[in-house]
Each structure stands twice: as C-alpha cells, then as structure tokens.
Design a protein around this ligand. Structure first.
Ligand SMILES: Cc1cc2nc3c(=O)[nH]c(=O)nc-3n(C[C@H](O)[C@H](O)[C@H](O)COP(=O)(O)O)c2cc1C
Length: 336
C-alpha cells in the first residue's frame, strides 16, 4: 500500500475547512445561487461551477471569477489538462481571492472529454499530477482534486490507488471522491450521476489506505444524519443535488456539523436578506429570475410550496413589478 508522505507546510490544502461543502454544479452554483446559500450557512464551503481554462484565458475572466465578498469560503473549480494553462488560471483565482482551486476529474460529458477535461483524465494520472504540480508551484492557495472512483475500463481499486498516489506525490492533500465510476461512452452526464452504483466502501478503503490525505465523500447524500454518520469515516462530505433542491437543509449545518450556537435562520429571514441583493442586481440591469430560479426549493415540504414555485418561476416573467411577486412569495413563508 502507498507510503505516507510528509505534509508540505506551505500550500498543504488543509487551511480550508471542508467538513461540509456544496458541490460544483454547472448552471446551478453560479454567484447568485452561492450568495443565497451563504445566507443559510456561514461555514459551508461553496464551489463555483466548473470554468474551463479556455474560458478564463480567452474570454472575459472577470465575468467568470466575479463573486460577492460574503461567498467565502469559496473554491473555484477548473476544467483543463494543460499544466501551464491551469497554472495561469490558478493565479487568476488566487488574485481574485478564492480560498481553494479545485481540478475537475469527474465530469463525464462528451464535450469535455474531447477537450481532455474531466473524468477521462482518470486514465492519465501522470498528467493530472503534472497539472496539480504546475498549479501548486504557481500559487499558495490550496489545490484540490475532485474525481470518481474510476472510469469504465479503468475501475479497479489498484488503479484508483495509482491515481490518488500519483496525484498525492504532486502535493495534493485533499481529494473529493464522487463514489461511483463514470462511464465515458453511452451515458449522459445525468445518467452518469444515477446509473453507476454508489460505492461508499471504496471511498472508505481509500481513506483507510491514505490516512494522511483529506478524503471528502460525495454522491447521493441527502440528510444531515447521513452526513454525521459519514463524518465518522471521512474528513468531509459534499452535497450536490439535495443541497440545490432542498436548500433549507443548509440552515442547520453550522449548528449540527460545526457546533455553532448561533440561532438557526428562518426561511423568511433568508428571503428578507436576499431582497436587497435582488434589488441591487435589478438596478444593475439584471433580471430577478437570475436569482430567484435558485430559491424554488426553499418552500419544499410546506403547504404553499407549489404556489411559491409558481410565483417565482412563472408569474414573475409576466409581472410588470416582479418585486411585488417576490413579496407575495415571501408572504407564503412568513414565520417559517
Ligand atoms: C446540474 C449539475 C451540474 C454539475 N456540474 C458539475 C461541475 O461543473 N463540476 C463537477 O465536478 N461536478 C459537477 N456535477 C456533479 C456534482 O458536483 C456531484 O459530484 C454529483 O451531483 C453527485 O453528488 P450529489 O449526489 O450530492 O448530487 C454536476 C451535477 C449536477 C446535478
């Protein structure tokens, strides 16, 4: 089994607390979504959507890196496999104040595979190690990797250990493990989050065999009880879809997973805090639904949840005064 390696006291990857995080999700965890989620939990580590090196280096980097000061702790996820480009992007991330730079080695879409981005890189551990090394040499911000437990044709435990071992040699100390393989041909990205079975025991074995590494578990986690149970084995848990569809789950994270004694924020308090943000966004030319599309799950489980969703996903598009529709939706959650 792999040799233990001494910690690098520099950018060891351990200054950011990754006990609970919300996953990077394309089209979902944009800056508006993250601003909203931050109102629910102060301690949760938030991730951006994946940004490719091409987008950052050849487009308007400011647009992709822009975030509100309140979003911290905040990690930028990069997609790419050219070490020099990733190093340049890591520098941009550091300059923009991100707390962590994460490399995507888990996304299975065809589009990214063609560009050697995402899960296909699990077949190229030496290249991923070069990428991580180049990024670590460029910045003092922690560099982490999010990956699968394998890909079709390369899904043995020995191959997983080889991948993690080589990337560890390059200095990565924190790995987020989506505990299913990715099937690179024939499944859509959505199916690749549902069809290959979850294998938490493989991720647990990884933690046992690499005890010096921070291993964060991802995939299929739905409740804070499950989080607490997984935290017996893992250093952290990352939630994606459940955090998005049922965001109020985050309201108790600080108390139950971080021991905070601050009062749990109510849904109506969250909406009251979100309102000035929406107003400012609209004053700068944005549309209300850019923000409110991310809050549709806030009423989940309540009488009125349907009406809440309908007001914010349909009625606002027809309204002359969208803020009045927002206020009507807020009324439905008064006192909740
Ligand atoms: C809409 C959507 C977009 C996603 N985009 C990304 C992405 O940009 N980068 C990434 O590493 N994973 C992405 N994922 C995968 C999630 O980060 C996470 O690994 C996966 O959903 C499993 O966690 P969950 O079961 O808690 O949702 C995406 C998932 C969803 C649902």
């Amino acid at each position: 089994m792999p040799q233990k390696q001494a910690e690098n006291p520099g950018n060891s990857g351990n200054t950011v607390v990754r006990r609970f995080s919300v996953a990077p999700m394309m089209d979902w965890t944009d800056r508006h979504c993250r601003f909203f989620l931050r109102l629910l939990s102060k301690q949760t580590l938030l991730y951006t959507e994946m940004v490719t090196t091409g987008a950052l280096l050849h487009n308007d980097a400011h647009r992709f890196l822009r975030h509100d000061a309140s979003e911290h702790p905040l990690a930028l996820q990069l997609g790419g496999s050219v070490p020099a480009d990733l190093a340049a992007c890591a520098r941009l991330a550091e300059d923009a104040g991100y707390d962590e730079v994460n490399l995507n080695v888990g996304c299975p879409s065809d589009r990214v595979q063609n560009n050697m981005i995402g899960a296909c890189l699990m077949a190229h551990p030496a290249l991923v190690a070069d990428c991580v090394k180049a990024m670590r040499d460029a910045v003092s911000t922690p560099v982490t990797v999010k990956h699968r437990i394998g890909i079709n044709g390369r899904d043995s435990y020995a191959e997983l250990c080889d991948f993690v071992g080589q990337v560890r040699e390059a200095g990565c100390r924190s790995f987020t493990v989506h505990a299913r393989i990715a099937i690179l041909e024939g499944l859509s990205p959505k199916e690749n989050r549902e069809v290959p079975p979850l294998r938490y025991e493989v991720a647990a074995q990884l933690k046992a065999d690499f005890p010096d590494l921070e291993i964060v578990l991802n995939g299929g986690i739905k409740t804070l009880e499950e989080c607490q149970a997984h935290l017996e084995t893992f250093d952290g848990v990352m939630l994606g879809r459940e955090a998005y569809h049922n965001p109020y789950l985050l309201a108790e994270v600080d108390q139950r997973l971080f021991g905070s004694d601050a009062p749990v924020v109510s849904r109506s308090e969250v909406l009251a805090q979100l309102r000035p943000y929406i107003v400012a966004h609209m004053e700068s030319g944005g549309a209300m639904h850019h923000v409110t599309r991310h809050i549709l799950g806030l009423a989940q489980g309540f009488k009125g949840a349907r009406r809440f969703r309908q007001l914010l996903s349909a009625d606002i598009h027809k309204a002359a005064q969208p803020l009045a529709v927002f206020d009507q939706a807020v009324e439905l959650l008064q006192g909740r």
